[in-house]
Design a protein around this ligand. Structure first.
Ligand SMILES: [Zn+2]
Length: 348
């Protein structure tokens, strides 16, 4: 029986203890290494998460109040939030900076806050900010310009026109703004009939030669006959998308056949076949394509001033706020409308 037991003085006992110790040490060092590795990953994840999530409003308050970063750094950070479209964080930073009451950049920070409110669509708050700036510094053209935009977006055209007066006194060019605001006021006047609006818009157009797109978009929509009567063929290129969408029954063939560009445009659309080629690439393709090919034109709009591209037409660029700078570009695309009407016909 004793042969199964090993006495502790036995050398075999020491060897067993030795290997047992090696096993325990190896086992612990393996688990310790694994645990440390996981800890490192967790630490790194936690560290990187700080950069993925934005600081909360309270965290921002504490950070700004501590004053560890300079005001300029906070303004730079707010500007990058603004560029990324994160207006909420941008507004929080400006508001906290204003609460600190540093007088050095107070007016500039107020202006940036107003601009951000405007961009974020908080028009009433933006208005209050710009009025506050102008109360203390009435000769601030940037604030006046934004106040004008705020009133325009709020459709308060009377107030917007009033802002032009101090801008004029500061030698700013207000002619385009003035014509544009008067035209908008006219279009939104509920006391005027559609015919009256058309006549008054034409009067503005003939007097100034501006707002071609705005005027003819309205005229072709409400009275194509009147639009053709006052149509200036030299503006065809500018109005290409409007002309492309004029109903076939409203086309004035006498005017169209006399103008090369219009002949090409309506030949490309398939209404007439008076030309076999065009200097406009997209028209040329459509003219030479078999009419059974399901292709048409779609449009995009480029601001000639800031080169931003928009999928919809505009009279005032929403990016740089310049007026009448839209240029239409053509895109060849599949005619989904024709697809849809053919599908519907096949069910009849
Ligand atoms: Zn622009």
């Amino acid at each position: 029986m004793n042969t199964f037991f090993i006495e502790f003085r036995d050398p075999l006992f020491s060897i067993i203890i030795f290997f047992a110790l090696i096993f325990v040490i190896t086992f612990f060092s393996y688990w310790w290494g694994r645990y440390k590795r996981q800890e490192d990953y967790r630490h790194l994840d936690k560290f990187l998460r700080q950069f993925r999530t934005l600081p909360s409003q309270n965290e921002l308050k504490v950070l700004i109040a501590k004053g560890e970063l300079s005001e300029k750094s906070w303004l730079l950070l707010a500007s990058s939030y603004f560029k990324n479209g994160d207006y909420e964080k941008c507004i929080e930073i400006y508001n906290e900076l204003l609460k600190l009451g540093n007088k050095a950049n107070y007016r500039e920070t107020m202006f940036l806050l107003g601009k951000t409110y405007f961009k974020a669509g908080f028009l009433e708050r933006a208005k209050q900010i710009f009025l506050e700036i102008l109360k203390n510094n009435p000769r601030t053209p940037q604030a006046l310009h934004y106040l004008l935009l705020v009133y325009e977006y709020m459709r308060d055209y009377t107030s917007a026109l009033e802002v032009l007066e101090p801008l004029d006194e500061l030698d700013k060019d207000i002619s385009k703004d003035s014509i544009y605001l008067k035209a908008l006021a006219l279009l939104n006047d509920t006391n005027l009939s559609v015919e009256d609006k058309a006549q008054r818009l034409l009067k503005i157009y003939k007097k100034t030669g501006q707002l071609t797109y705005l005027v003819f978009e309205f005229l072709f929509r409400i009275d194509p006959k009147l639009a053709w009567q006052n149509f200036d063929s030299s503006k065809s290129e500018l109005l290409a998308d409007i002309l492309w969408h004029v109903d076939k029954k409203d086309l004035d063939l006498d005017i169209i056949l006399q103008n090369g560009y219009l002949r090409e445009l309506y030949s490309a659309r398939g209404d007439i076949s008076k030309t076999t080629e065009s200097s406009v690439f997209e028209f040329d393709i459509l003219i030479n394509l078999n009419s059974s090919v399901n292709a048409t034109l779609s449009f995009e709009y480029i601001c000639d001033n800031c080169k931003q591209v928009f999928p919809f037409s505009f009279n005032r660029c929403s990016h740089c706020h310049s007026i009448d700078t839209s240029r239409v570009e053509f895109i060849l695309c599949k005619d989904y409308h024709r697809d849809f009407s053919e599908e519907n016909n096949s069910f009849q």
